[in-house]
Write a protein that binds this ligand. Structure first.
Ligand SMILES: Nc1ncnc2c1ncn2[C@@H]1O[C@H](COP(=O)(O)OP(=O)(O)O)[C@@H](O)[C@H]1O
Ligand SMILES: [Mg+2]
Length: 385
């Protein structure tokens, strides 16, 4: 008989789980439900309470394009395995025909080309992410609504028994694996609900109360309409992602720009600092985000408008170690311009096709240009939020 009772706190997380949560929050903007699902999963796995004979978890991520479904999985891999690419990623769109399934599981012995087809999902490939402390693997089926029947059958088997039989009859054990699936189903309706069909902003006359529930219901209903009950019943969790607001997209941009800065600082060449003005950031956001594709094209816009000009500046030695660059939008030239900030002088680094000798060096006041008019500059340059 228990004589003394001690009330335990079952909501308390381990410090390792809290660290994981914090790291994930630093990489992912919003999507609270997804973050919680990942953190719960990690805690259950760390405690060894995941169900035996089944995958560690099976999560279906629903929601509009470019709102972080794939990114959440990559970010978790980055944190747990030290590499965002330590995920076996199956783009279901590439498996539209049944015969393509051999790319995943290899073909039976005796088939023409049997030796040449290296299956994607093997025990070795899954073990590649294992570390001394963590024997866990991530398997991601992206955009499952595009999968063909053969792939569905495979997926159902994996979810049910946590095993996969390869073409040559080898068995792959998935009991240390989390199976993630993403789908954009219901995405058009969700975008409509979130934005009232009028761009990013929620119109004032549209009541926002219950919006989250509506979005969730829409996504789940779309999934139930499309996917079989057999499949839906095998999932541990269904997580609905929401479209990102302009403020949230700005935060995503800041995370991406911080990553670029980190890359610059990690180069053993000329390490320098840069910051982007408000107007510069608005330009990149305009180029890299939109209603239909969320933040999907943001990286491309950063590559084009920030990384490649920076690479030019480095390659032509216009930037020195320890320099600070300011990246601004200049309405006059209709593109981003790169300023070198220094106590004495600043150079306008127009990175198009000019040679260093053609650079226009302008006078500055307090390290800031005073000669080239730019409405953007008037709004201030501080952006290290
Ligand atoms: N919520 C978010 N937090 C952080 N980055 C995000 C978020 N949503 C989108 N991104 C950025 O946009 C890119 C595309 O997002 P992704 O996860 O591939 O979209 P999808 O939801 O279509 O899978 C990511 O690589 C990431 O850079
Ligand atoms: Mg995706």
């Amino acid at each position: 008989m228990c004589t003394q009772q001690v009330i335990l706190d079952s909501t308390l997380r381990s410090s390792r789980t809290l660290e994981f949560e914090e790291a994930l929050r630093a990489k992912i903007v919003s999507q609270e439900e997804a973050l919680q699902a990942m953190v719960d999963l990690y805690q259950v796995f760390s405690a060894g309470l995941n169900p035996p004979g089944r995958p560690v978890g099976s999560l279906l991520f629903l929601g509009p394009t470019g709102c972080g479904k794939t990114r959440v999985v990559e970010a978790a891999a980055e944190i747990l395995f030290g590499d965002s690419q330590a995920v076996i990623k199956v783009n279901c769109g590439e498996f539209q025909h049944s015969h393509e399934i051999s790319k995943l599981i290899g073909s039976p012995p005796g088939y023409l080309g049997h030796r040449e087809t290296h299956p994607m999902i093997t025990q070795e490939a899954l073990a590649a992410s294992h570390t001394d402390k963590l024997k866990l693997s991530f398997l991601l089926f992206d955009e499952i609504e595009k999968a063909n029947d053969a792939l569905w059958q495979l997926l159902l088997g994996m979810l049910d028994k946590a095993t996969l039989t390869l073409g040559d009859n080898r068995r792959v054990d998935l009991s240390q694996t989390v199976i993630f699936m993403t789908s954009n189903l219901g995405s058009a309706e969700i975008t409509e609900l979130m934005q009232g069909g009028m761009g990013f902003v929620q119109p004032k006359d549209k009541p926002t109360t219950g919006l989250d529930e509506k979005v969730e219901r829409t996504a789940v209903e779309a999934a139930r309409r499309t996917f079989s009950p057999e499949f839906m019943n095998r999932l541990d969790k269904l997580v609905v992602f929401h479209s990102l607001s302009p403020e949230q997209l700005e935060k995503v941009l800041q995370i991406e720009l911080n990553q670029v800065q980190r890359r610059v600082l990690e180069t053993d060449k000329r390490r320098f600092l840069f910051h982007v003005t408000d107007a510069g950031r608005q330009f990149i956001l305009q180029e890299g985000t939109d209603r239909r594709y969320g933040a999907r094209h943001l990286k491309r816009a950063i590559d084009r408008h920030v990384i490649s000009p920076l690479a030019n500046l480095l390659a032509t030695e216009q930037v020195k170690m320890g320099d600070t660059l300011c990246i601004d939008w200049d309405t006059r030239v209709g593109r981003l311009v790169f300023w070198k900030e220094s106590p004495e002088a600043a150079a306008v680094l127009n990175v198009s096709k000019r040679t260093p000798s053609q650079l226009q060096v302008v006078g500055t006041a307090g390290g800031r240009s005073t000669e080239i008019p730019s409405p953007a500059r008037a709004r201030g340059v501080g952006n290290n939020k």
